[in-house]
Design a protein around this ligand. Structure first.
Ligand SMILES: C[S@@+](CC[C@H](N)C(=O)[O-])C[C@H]1O[C@@H](n2cnc3c(N)ncnc32)[C@H](O)[C@@H]1O
Length: 395
């Protein structure tokens, strides 16, 4: 199940993160295989890297399959996902690759100054691709080999236009097992004429949201590329803001899966002496939440910003209130699994009597899971699409 066959016969043992033996989902797909086959073919662009000081950059590797397979070339991996970084570290270790063979950078880190081979596992978010290509463009030169890979359904005309606009002429391979490669030839004129990076983007919070949402009216919300609902307020988040509880002074409140952090900011504005923790697995999300908070919070309001998987890193019994709008679509896992893990993490982090508040699509049936986990679950509010649920941790 975990055996990833490499061109030439060897193989790797690859897992997703968090490692779950019951997980039936593979840690790679046909586009990873296609890309590695291409690189292993006669004119291997990596040949020039061996022994030199050339720089291989792997952008957007989902679970570290490419980075682990190419560890001998000492790649720099760039990702927005903490889970992808952890998976890469895990896969390097289980395949006997030294951890220091690879430099793990986040989407917010300074990119390397020079790139000789750029491999791009096309992300779901075009915005994230745009931001990352624009950040890397100064390091790309006329001789850089740029190859992208993705499943056919992930590669759109807009994806190819983006490569053309930032780097240079672009074409695609034939499809193979529903995967495609993208070949892009850097053109110094295109690179020099590229537009400025439009990320992060900011919007003014709407003034028609009642409840705690009213505290945000007109405030500037910062969104780095790829962050959930980066261009406008999500309707589920909006509904949650209308019914958000007001924390008590001194209470520790966690915005779990914070995105741009509007839920936690609203909680802080309604109770400036509460202590906030913003958590997300996306580096861009946590950076957005931090900028949004710093620009708008009451003077002296306290907050911590944590890139992590769920609330697993928070001390047991240390939290009074968790606010959670769980992810409902992602390549990361069956998304129910992520939501359920967040609920279990939240329960562990809550003190007895502490509360988890969740907004979700009605049809997702979160109340069943919460009731089983906490032994109680009350519907605080509902509309035809969403419900807000509250579960209280017992002793
Ligand atoms: C539906 S969005 C909600 C964002 C924000 N709270 C809002 O309401 O606008 C879910 C968030 O969960 C984050 N997420 C997904 N998996 C996660 C994990 N394992 N640990 C922490 N955050 C995660 C996503 O990056 C995303 O920002």
């Amino acid at each position: 199940m975990n055996h990833f066959a490499l061109p030439g016969g060897a193989g790797l043992d690859l897992v997703r993160y968090p490692v779950d033996p019951r997980d039936r989902l593979r840690a790679w797909d046909a586009s990873d295989e296609y890309l590695l086959q291409h690189l292993a073919a006669a004119e291997d662009p990596l040949d020039d890297l061996a022994g030199g000081d050339g720089r291989l950059v792997v952008l957007g590797d989902r679970w570290g399959a490419l980075t682990t397979a190419l560890a001998a070339y000492e790649p720099v991996q760039i990702t927005d996902s903490f889970l992808a970084q952890r998976a890469t570290a895990e896969n390097l270790a289980r395949n006997g690759r030294p951890a220091d063979a690879v430099r793990l950078l986040s989407s917010r880190d300074e990119p390397p100054a020079r790139v000789d081979v750029l491999l791009v596992r096309v992300p779901k978010s075009l915005a994230l691709l745009e931001d990352q290509l624009l950040r890397l463009a100064p390091a790309v030169h006329a001789g850089t080999v740029v190859v992208g890979a993705g499943m056919v359904k992930e590669i759109h005309t807009s994806t190819l236009e983006l490569f053309e606009r930032v780097i240079g002429p672009t074409r695609t391979s034939l499809a193979q097992r529903k995967a495609r490669l993208i070949f892009c030839t850097p053109d110094p004129e295109v690179l020099a004429a590229r537009a400025a990076d439009p990320w992060p983007q900011r919007y003014a919070f709407p003034s028609d949201v009642p409840g705690s949402g009213a505290l945000l009216a007109g405030r500037t919300v910062t969104n780095h590329a790829g962050v959930f609902s980066a261009e406008r307020l999500d309707i589920g988040t909006r509904f949650f803001l209308e019914h958000l509880p007001v924390p008590a002074d001194g209470h520790h409140v966690v915005d779990l899966g914070c995105g741009n952090g509007v839920l936690g900011l609203a909680a802080s504005l309604s109770a400036p002496r509460a202590e906030l923790t913003f958590v997300d697995e996306s580096f861009g999300a946590v950076a957005s939440a931090e900028e949004t908070f710093r620009a708008n919070a009451a003077p002296g309001a306290e907050a911590r910003f944590v890139v992590a998987d769920g609330a697993g890193g928070l001390a047991r019994g240390s939290v009074d209130l968790v606010l959670n709008n769980p992810p409902f679509h992602s390549y990361q896992a069956s998304t129910d699994a992520t939501a359920h893990r967040m609920f279990a993490d939240a329960k562990r982090a809550l003190r007895p009597g502490g509360e988890l508040w969740v907004v979700g699509n009605r049809h997702l049936g979160y109340h069943v899971r919460l009731k089983r986990l906490f032994g109680n679950c009350r519907t605080v509010a509902g509309n035809p699409k969403f419900v807000i649920l509250r579960a209280v941790r017992g002793d």
